[in-house]
Design a protein around this ligand. Sequence first.
Ligand code: G3I
Length: 333
Amino acid sequence: QPTLRQLAQARGIAFGSAVSQQQLAADTGYRDWAGAQLGLLVPETEFIWGHLQPSQLQGPNFDDTDQLVAFAESHGQQVRGHTLTWHTDLPSWLTRDVAAGVIGPEALKDLHRRHIESVVGRYRNRVSMWNVVNEPLAENGSLRTDAKTGFWALNASAPGDPQEYIRNAFHWAREADPDAKLYLNEYGAEWGSAKARGLYNLVKDLIAAGVPIDGIGFQTHAPVSSRLSGLEDTMRRFAALGLEVAITELDVRVPMLADSDELAQQAEVYGQAAKTCLSLAPACTSVTTWGFTDAHSWYPSSEFPSWGAATLLDASMNPKPAYHALSAVLSSW
Ligand code: G3I
């Protein structure tokens, strides 16, 4: 039985998943499955600034990311670094000192630059792609500038030029590793939404300004009722700008408890996502799921309290219909 990794590779794309270093270290079944089935690993939280550097004085702690990258290397797997610039899970010292005015705009830019240099530089030639900026857009398609989620545009960009922090992040990442593929990663842009239009305009601006951006990640957290209609057209529009595209955080949530009809429908959605990427390959480079077992998933979450069963394997690591559908699409489609 070929692995998902082998099947995807034979079709010219990579198959991967978000993984947690804690689970890799603690759980043999999890570790063995990840080692065998994945061609691409995305550390689920380990690279996020607040996780890497909870204390300003002590500097970043690379223990988890070192182990995760070493695991990937020993299995010949690619790594997608997630993520260098995000408004979620920032270090509490950083948000506190910025709010208090102790860290001003220039000091924040300097910290942002040094963060990118130290993280990307450490894994130069080992982490082959980065989500340089994650989720910069509000639902209406403009950059986030509200008090709760607008940290970057409000504090690290000049007034009137909210895109500045994005341009900076890409330039610094390119300098730190000229060979890494640099992505902007977003959710809710998988169909003709206001956010997709805003993303398109943002990316055109960045390209026109000479910003070194290589690809767009479409997260693709989908409800089971989704048909992913619009995904292919949307990804094609971005590919036509000369960019790579990728499905970066695929999962298909089901209202709990899931019944067998819903799991069959979920399988269709997984298959559809893979077909979409294959139809756009080689511009579409990879399909990455956000976790691979229902035992370790971000669902249920506060946003989706009664949803779950979103991944390819059940909580006992048995393949669900979604696994078989993905395998079938990658083998035959
Ligand atoms: O590591 C600490 C642990 O030390 C502590 O004991 C525990 C107590 O709550 O928290 C742990 O950190 C949590 C971390 O997950 C690891 O489990 C964070 O609080 C929690 O916020 C974090 O949630 C992650 C979330 O992003 C925010 O960073 C989820 O695992 C992760 O699946 C989720 O992933 C996001 C993508 O990055 C971006 N796209 C959407 C996606 C789903 O929300």
